[in-house]
Design a binder for this molecule. Structure first.
Ligand code: SAH
Ligand code: MG
Length: 935
């Protein structure tokens, strides 16, 4: 089918043009209709986007069409266009419009409603393959005087056209389903031959059943047996103090399931049941069932239902209302049951307490992410989007779209701005807010294109809820967009999960990341969030489950899997910043008696990127200490109960454990694999020995040649240099490392301690110390050392900080020799030409030759040889040092020089003795994190 637009419009009009389903949808919804086509192997499932399975060879397509009120998914089609048309057709069917009888001229909605209702009660409709028709058929099986009665709430819930017409007649129907029902009841009972039973029954029935109806019911009754379906549903008591519990519904196959649910709600029959829209995915059949408010009075003369506000308040079901998006009074039942499209059988699925909680946490941004990773107790919404290849779980943009759909907002509006920027040639990383380390690249000369992405979130009624204006630019438009979505998600998540958060805090946080919001609209749109979603119970100090505190129970080496330290020196590679790690983990709930254990969550292979907050902090802290094959077990305080129950298969058992006494969560994890950051991967693959080893070797030569007795490693990281020093016998007696990364220091301490205490270390070492501190601040305990090293550190600081470090170290620390290494930017072209780069590149990269990235996401700058030599020469001059240039990796004599460039500064005069007076405690600002002495 081709769309009749364009040229055909110029042809003489013989008959009114037939519009394609897509064209009609376009007329009605314009930009609000969103088509997503995906390739698939499997036949379509009941699910929206994200399930696409790429395959080779010819493929089938299906299309998900998202409209403001619902979405449909087409059948599998051979062509993308067909899939789109098919989805559009389905949407039209669902709206009660069809491509053929569509009449664009405006009709009176009341007339429309009447004719729609009379169609619904016609024999054609009775045999239609759609959900509402299933109810009409089932109604014929109801007993006694209920036979044939169709509750009006059913018509209101399952016929989108009736629903829309009612809302256009009375816009208040948008928020009050009772008004929609009254209209249907009023107009329906005016139809000739219709009976609305007494005011007690909010139902309609055709007076004289059509012959076909009789026949159908006879046939059905013959076939039907006494078979009963057992399905599990969940009860949500209106009192928030009562627990969510499961209940069993026994639905006779030839009965009407709504009557069964009604009885479970304490009602006589289905006539006073209200039904929510689907909960969770648009295509799901999970709905909330609850009763018409007790005080509702059906006013026959006015055709209107009255309710008393007071009744709403006393009985208001906060949990039910929050999850369903409707105003729920009294107890509610959530069940996954109903008649579905193109199937005459009753669809049903068990509902569990676990699923209730999963739907609940699925309404906040971090919850959506956790669910997308199937790791509720392990994953956290990361703070940064680094690269497409290292991100795990749903992408931020999709998460934000899901969030907006869940809360019935308009689709988020992204606008990416591309601006060519004049580069000043200093290869400086594009400016970033916070301590971001988002993948950024720079090009030394000429212009470069950069992207910024704005986001706006609108409510359903098009009020602006919040707006993100980026402070950062990104080299790739996708990075700009994903990070923008992530910023919005992080802000929303703060609102959703921090119980005590104030508007001021939200404003301050928003300002810091570039988000402005309309407090009035925000509180209006999220009225119930405060009472539901901000988990409390076990949360300590306002923030929940973010605590870094945990008890490490054991670290084990699995004899078969661990790296054997046969030389007594190789501790294996430890995960570091930017590494991708793969772990296996199990989480148990442990009761007061340690023997009471209940499994909650586990994963055979769970991958995450270190350093972006992608997991529970304690998992990251522990895993950062493991080498491949090692396992650890630790306890943490309980997270909010909602999270625990969202993982618990046996919620009764968990509830009884939780109420019995103090419980903890026990995590057992094993590090399976480790992929190091690009920098390390390249350095190891391209250089032999690896570049990092070569740097250490270079420093060792100086140490040996200089008969130094003291060394300080500025920015020691996880101690690779100090560790290697211990393997050689040198003149060194005192070795010190300084860093501000606690994780790095912890790993350094672990390695050094183990080596020194096993007496494996070079005999001469008398003192080893690790300090937590910033190397741009002076600490007098490190004054006048023989050698200072600073390997691959300065590029991790902002350029001005790196310059400051230069001045402070030569002016205040005054080492006799200072060795500084940093990447040579010019060498990157060689590194990037290596095939390793392929893995990092996105398909959308327009010009691969332009993708001159830094070697590591955390680098703030990388200098050319000229920039480095300028810095070092001027610095040496200022402080009366000599400087010589060298490097490792490649050849210094030919372009583009060494891979790592090194400057060696040497003091021209002797280091003056410091007065004891100078050495006051005020300059002891570093903190000792580990100390070892050979006495
Ligand atoms: N020298 C180590 C680590 C290099 S990674 C090696 O060659 O393996 C860079 C290190 O610099 C990181 O550990 C980081 O924490 C540290 N660093 C960055 N800025 C710092 C500062 N201002 N003070 C102390 N350490 C810093
Ligand atoms: Mg580096």
């Amino acid at each position: 089918m081709e769309e009749v637009e364009g040229p055909s419009a110029l042809l003489p009009k013989k008959s009114p043009p037939t519009l394609t389903p897509k064209a009609i949808i376009h007329q009605k919804f314009g930009d609000k209709a969103c088509y997503k086509v995906e390739e698939l192997i499997d036949p379509p499932q009941n699910g929206c986007p994200g399930l696409a399975i790429p395959q080779k060879g010819p493929c089938l397509y299906r299309c998900c069409l998202q409209l403001p009120d619902f979405s449909v998914i087409s059948d599998a089609c051979k062509r993308k266009k067909e899939a789109e048309q098919s989805a559009a057709k389905m949407a039209l069917d669902k709206l009660g419009l069809s491509a053929t009888n569509h009449n664009p001229s405006e009709m009176d909605p009341l007339e429309d409603l009447v004719s729609r209702l009379s169609y619904l009660f016609s024999p054609e409709f009775l045999s239609a393959n759609q959900p509402l028709a299933g109810h009409f058929r089932a109604a014929l099986h109801r007993e006694g005087n209920l036979c044939g009665l169709v509750p009006v709430s059913v018509i209101a819930s399952y016929d989108a056209k009736v629903n829309n017409l009612c809302k256009s007649i009375n816009p208040e129907g948008e928020t009050n389903p009772l008004l929609v029902m009254s209209l249907i009841l009023r107009e329906g009972s005016k139809l000739p031959g219709f009976v609305s039973s007494s005011e007690e029954k909010y139902s309609l029935k055709k007076g004289n059943p059509h012959p076909l109806e009789k026949m159908q019911s006879v046939i059905d009754k013959q076939e039907s047996s006494l078979e009963i379906i057992q399905i599990e549903a969940v009860r949500i008591p209106h009192s928030p103090d009562k627990a969510i519990e499961t209940l069993n519904l026994s639905v006779p196959l030839n009965g009407y399931y709504l009557d069964i649910i009604a009885v479970a709600l304490g009602l006589e029959d289905a006539s006073k049941i209200l039904i929510s829209r689907p909960i969770g995915k648009a295509s799901s059949e999970t709905r909330m069932y609850f009763s018409v408010p007790q005080s509702a009075i059906w006013d026959q003369s006015l055709g209107i239902v009255h309710t008393k506000e007071a009744d709403l308040e006393g009985n208001f079901n906060v949990r039910g209302s929050y999850l369903s998006g409707s105003n729920v009074c009294g107890d509610a039942i959530m069940a996954s049951i109903g008649y579905i499209w193109r199937d005459t059988n009753l669809f049903h699925e068990n509902m569990s307490v676990k699923r209730y909680y999963r739907l609940l946490i699925g309404k906040n941004p971090s919850g959506v992410y956790k669910l997308s990773r199937e790791a509720i107790l392990a994953a956290e919404l990361p703070k940064i989007f680094t690269t497409r290849t290292s991100w795990r779980g749903s992408f931020p943009r999709d998460l934000l779209c899901t969030f907006c759909r869940q809360h019935r907002f308009s689709e988020p509006l992204f606008s990416t701005i591309s601006n060519p920027q004049e580069s000043n040639g200093s290869c400086k990383k594009l400016k970033h807010g916070e301590s971001d380390n988002t993948e950024i690249s720079a090009i030394p000369v000429g212009t470069m294109e950069s992207f910024r992405c704005e986001v706006k979130i609108f409510s359903k009624s098009q009020e602006l809820i919040l707006e993100y204006s980026p402070k950062e630019s990104y080299k790739k438009s996708n990075d700009a967009m994903q990070n923008a979505a992530l910023k919005v998600l992080l802000w929303l998540d703060k609102y959703f999960t921090e119980k005590e958060v104030t508007m001021e805090e939200l404003t301050t946080f928003g300002d810091s990341i570039g988000i402005h919001f309309n407090p009035h609209v925000v509180s209006k749109e999220f009225t119930l969030v405060g009472s539901i979603c901000c988990f409390d119970e076990s949360s300590k100090s306002g923030k929940f489950f973010n605590s870094n505190s945990f008890d490490l129970l054991s670290v084990q080496r699995d004899g078969t899997k661990c790296l054997v330290d046969n030389e007594g020196s190789d501790f294996g590679v430890l995960p570091s910043y930017g590494s991708l790690v793969c772990i296996t983990y199990i989480v148990n709930l442990v009761g007061e008696e340690e023997c009471e254990k209940e499994p909650l969550e586990s994963c055979e292979e769970f991958e995450f990127e270190i350093g972006i907050g992608a997991v529970l902090p304690s998992i990251e802290a522990v895993v950062s200490q493991l080498s491949v094959g090692q396992s650890a077990c630790f306890h943490v305080e309980l997270p909010p109960t909602e999270l625990i129950l969202a993982t618990a298969a046996n919620s009764d058992r968990i509830m009884s454990l939780l109420s019995a006494g103090r419980c903890k969560l026990e995590y057992s994890t094993t590090l399976l694999r480790l992929t190091e950051p690009l920098e390390e991967r390249m350095e190891q693959a391209l250089f032999s020995p690896p570049l990092s080893k070569q740097r250490v070797e270079f420093a060792l030569q100086y140490i040996k040649g200089s008969v130094a007795t003291s060394l300080v490693d500025f920015g020691c990281g996880s101690g690779s240099l100090l560790d290697s020093l211990l393997d050689h016998s040198t003149s060194l007696e005192t070795v010190v490392g300084v860093d501000l990364s606690k994780k790095g220091l912890a790993r350094a301490a672990k390695i050094l301690h183990s080596k020194l205490s096993k007496n494996l270390a070079g005999a001469g070492i008398k003192t080893a110390l690790l300090y937590d501190g910033s190397i741009i601040e002076f600490d007098s305990r490190l004054y006048g050392f023989d050698i200072g090293t600073c390997l691959e550190v300065i590029e991790h600081m902002e350029e001005d900080q790196a310059c400051l470090f230069g001045d402070i170290v030569l002016d205040s620390f005054c080492p006799r020799i200072l060795i500084v290494s940093t990447p040579n930017y010019e060498y990157n072209t060689i590194l990037h030409k290596s095939n390793l780069q392929g893995q990092e590149d996105d398909a959308d990269e327009k010009n691969p030759s332009q993708s001159c990235k830094f070697r590591n996401d955390d680098h703030k700058f990388e200098w050319t040889r000229e920039q480095f030599s300028h810095w070092a020469t001027e610095l040496a001059k200022r402080h009366n040092y000599k400087v010589e240039f060298s490097g490792v990796g490649g050849n210094g004599e030919v372009d583009p020089g060494f891979a790592s460039q090194i400057a060696v500064f040497e003091r021209v005069e002797d280091v003056p003795n410091r007065d004891d007076d100078d050495d006051d405690v005020a300059t002891h600002i570093y903190q000792v994190v580990w100390e070892w002495s050979d006495i």
